[in-house]
Design a protein around this ligand. Sequence first.
Ligand code: PLP
Length: 394
Amino acid sequence: MISEAMQRMTENNSVIRAMFEEGKQMAARYGAENVYDFSLGNPNIAPPAAVTEAAIDILRHEDPMLVHGYMSNAGYEEVRRAVAGSLNRRFGTAYGPQELLMTVGAAGGLNVVLKVLLNSGDEVVVFAPYFVEYNNYIANYGGVTVVIPPDTASFQPDLAALERAVTPRTRAVLINTPNNPTGVIYSAETLAALAGVLRRKSAEFGAPVYLLSDEPYRELAYDGAEVPWVPSFYDNTLVCYSWSKSLSLPGERIGYLLMPDSLDGAEQIQQAAAIAGRILGFVNAPSLMQRVAARCVDEQTDLAAYARNRALLYDGLTALGFSCVYPAGAFYLFMKTPEDESTFVARAKKHRLLLVPGSSFACPGYVRIAYCVSPDTIRRSMAAFRALAEEVGL
Ligand code: PLP
């Protein structure tokens, strides 16, 4: 009844989404306060007041035909100008509106860029652990995902493995920093070395290998940690950004794709991206949210609240004997499982702890714990984690 491709995708449907649904059922059965749902990266912090105020003000005072009408497929020019201005102030760049396409979140931006770049059979290299929806996005355009195994010592990209993985079939390398699921920020040294590999390979094969930087967590970096600006290392970088996490707006579906003029074939890519968004059926990014984002480009979420959650969880779990990657950014903790991963995930569920298996990120032997939840949930969950630790003999 449905296509073979969709049949495969339905069978491999996201474990994270399935858990989220299971969590809702468990909450109905046991009471929400007795279920510790750490499955989904759905921010628990309300958007900044400025977001609500901007939306109301725009709806009340701006010309409704301009707020709700069709516009250029790339998005409102003044919105793209505002985004470019913010990037230029922060990263010392000189981007203009023609280098930006407003997108339906990071997922929309990734689909647009993959649609633009991939011929059937082209390879996209990713570093485990990675956001596994990438597989679907790449498959949408006949691409092939090439997975580089994790370097579990540092969770930085394994560049020796990249050197071996990039072939004449490689069209792009896709990275995500700060990283989901580890919270690791890729260092400037790593990015410089990565750029070196890609420059060498592009020259060797006589065709650019594009670097796609998926950055929904850029603003979530703790203790003043710097998230290096990826395009400054490599001219053929495209950035997929989203306000889903940074302004707690995942349901609003708003982000942008940056396609710098420094790209090989920049003009063609910029034009194709606007068409890709349209023919994929998004047409343009949500118009009201574009206008809101333009007014809120320099707004911040309550990072201190996530930092407190991080401390509560990391300190609590390590005190119980669990071993965790210390997250410098995003809002996930990646914890080593003291026994076989699926046994551990099932055991945790009995304690009403919903943890996402690391194999969902191509990194078995770990679980991801999303700490964008109320601090109270973390505090109350500690008794369940303690019981779990005792059961596995920590
Ligand atoms: N990329 C990564 C690494 C993510 O974690 C997510 C969402 O969790 C996305 C992309 C999709 O973001 P958006 O909701 O903006 O489409």
